[in-house]
Design a protein around this ligand. Structure first.
Ligand code: C2O
Ligand code: CU
Ligand code: CU
Length: 511
């Protein structure tokens, strides 16, 4: 047994999302339980030595989520969310990106150490309806769960709400040596946490639900399943949580205050296992935990809650006893060195509703806001300037995995000592992170409350090779995007509605 078991959430309670004026409480749905929709593993098109080939198709369809009418949904290689993609460290990956949706989208690899602005699939890399594009890259990072989601500005939030979010596993040699559950679908389960509002005929209506501080719904949807259960057939189960919600925070705990062990965060294993009974995730964050059901017997049910709402039930079956110890030490973090005299980058996330901004500015697609040499580690001081009580802004940067060094000068939370790509910044707080880019490119960084991102709380940085001429990046512009969308939707440009655009329009500006 571990000497220390954490029994509280690490974040500041006055900043929890339920204090928002627009907070939508979760309500336990009055529908029969359904088996958790664990996504299938995506099969590669082919594998040749170190090269692997995948096709990812963004498509529209209908999904039986609620009893009665099917819901119109979008997904990757399926009608809702995605099939799980598996990449191995060192592998050379070729991906065919197909867009079978009625409108343009992008394929963003959140947490992947790949170059922007095209391969990483931010807003500069649209794939138009009916179009196919190819990308390739070499996987170069630690074992983790990352994810894939749509990122077309400023309708990222709306497309994710439609269902464009999938899970991406990264494997490496080190993680494979540890005694951890990794039998996919049996004792290693991705758990995508989302919420929706089902309107008439079980349909989603993003526009009707729009809130510039983040769209939420009263019904929890876990791996695309409402009122889900999972059949436990092994003593230990590894749950890989992703906060895939547009705005909602998840404060997770089990019935009986069952203790569990966090082993990984966004971008790597944790250096040491963290024993806890409560875990809070902000938008886009991931946490892998191992739950040990040895105190239960066949027929028992263990419930996972967020706050006091049950969201997933574990039905215990007979399992073989497994008392091999779990590793307490998991991973050695090698922090990149910072050269003395390297300036500290200051980033301020400010405002609420339509006024959200980074460093006092709203996002502009063709403006590069900052630059940093490739391979050079820098401190970034990321501040949330909202007064208390305010909201936590989850800060995310593309194309890198960073280390969290401090919160207002104090030690980071016990479960953020591994590599991360998203960090929740409390109101009035400055979080110091250590950032290095390994590849040249243009990378977006933003709040991951997706409506804040679409609303302009986003900027971009160019990572450049100091000893080489700078490439000219082709950056997308709003006129081209608006023109395409107006044709695809058959609506004049002046009448296009997109969540993020409302924010700009109310501030009297264009993207
Ligand atoms: Cu999840 Cu710009 O990213
Ligand atoms: Cu990202
Ligand atoms: Cu925010």
């Amino acid at each position: 047994m571990a000497d220390k078991v954490y029994k509280d959430y690490f974040f500041d309670e006055p900043a929890y999302d339920y204090h928002d004026g627009g907070y939508v409480p979760l309500v336990e749905p009055d529908v029969p339980q359904s088996k958790l929709g664990v996504p299938p593993m995506l099969k590669p098109d082919k594998e040749e030595g170190n090269d692997v080939y995948y096709t990812i198709t963004a498509q529209a369809g209908e999904t039986q989520i609620m009893p009665g009418a099917k819901t119109k949904t979008w997904g990757y290689n399926g009608t809702l969310l995605g099939q799980t993609v598996l990449y191995k460290d060192g592998q050379h990956v070729h991906v065919t990106l197909k867009n079978e949706l009625p409108e343009l989208t992008t394929f963003h690899w959140h947490g992947l150490n790949v170059s922007g602005p095209i391969v990483d699939g931010g807003c500069h890399a649209p794939v138009y309806p009916g179009e196919t594009k190819h990308i390739d890259f070499t996987v170069n990072q630690h074992a983790a769960m990352t994810w894939l989601h749509a990122h077309p500005c400023p309708s990222t939030a709306e497309q994710v709400w439609h269902g464009l979010a999938g899970v991406v596993y990264i494997e490496d040699k080190h993680e494979a040596t540890l005694n951890l559950p990794r039998n996919y679908g049996v004792d290693d389960i991705p758990v995508v946490l989302q919420d929706r509002r089902f309107h008439e005929n079980n349909q989603w209506d993003y526009q009707a639900d729009y809130d510039p501080d983040g769209v939420a719904g009263p019904t929890a949807m876990i791996d695309g399943t409402v009122n889900a259960y999972f059949d436990v057939t092994t003593q230990r189960v590894r749950l890989r949580f992703l906060d895939g919600a547009n705005r909602r925070e998840w404060r997770l705990h089990f019935s009986d205050d069952l203790e569990f062990v966090q082993i990984a965060g966004d971008g790597s294993l944790l250096p040491d296992a963290v024993h806890m009974t409560k875990l809070m995730l902000t938008c886009a964050e991931r946490a892998e935990v191992v739950v040990d059901f040895s105190n239960y017997k066949a027929g028992d049910v263990v419930t996972l809650y967020t706050d006091d709402v049950p969201i997933l039930r574990f039905r215990i079956h007979d399992f073989a006893k497994n008392d091999t110890p779990l590793p307490e030490h998991l991973f050695d973090v090698h922090a990149p060195k910072v050269e003395p005299g390297t300036p500290v980058r200051k980033i301020v996330m400010s405002g609420m509703d339509e006024s959200v901004a980074i460093d006092g500015k709203k996002f502009a697609m063709q403006r590069i806001d900052a630059e940093q040499p490739v391979g050079q580690a820098q401190y970034w001081d990321v501040t949330n300037s909202n007064d208390k009580p305010g909201m936590v802004h989850p800060f995310h940067c593309h194309g890198t995995q960073f280390l969290v060094l401090s919160r207002n000068g104090k030690a980071p939370y016990p479960n953020e000592h591994g590599f991360k790509d998203t960090v929740g910044v409390n109101p009035g707080e400055t979080v110091r992170i250590l950032v290095r880019f390994d590849l040249p490119g243009v990378y977006m960084y933003h709040c991951h409350i997706i409506e804040h991102e679409d609303g302009g709380m986003m900027a971009q940085i160019e990572a450049y090779e100091a000893d080489k001429p700078r490439p000219k990046y082709k950056l997308m512009d709003m006129d081209t995007l608006m023109h395409a969308l107006s044709e695809e939707r058959g609506i004049p440009e002046s009448e296009l509605w997109m969540g993020g655009m409302e924010s700009y329009a109310k501030m009297g500006m264009k993207m």
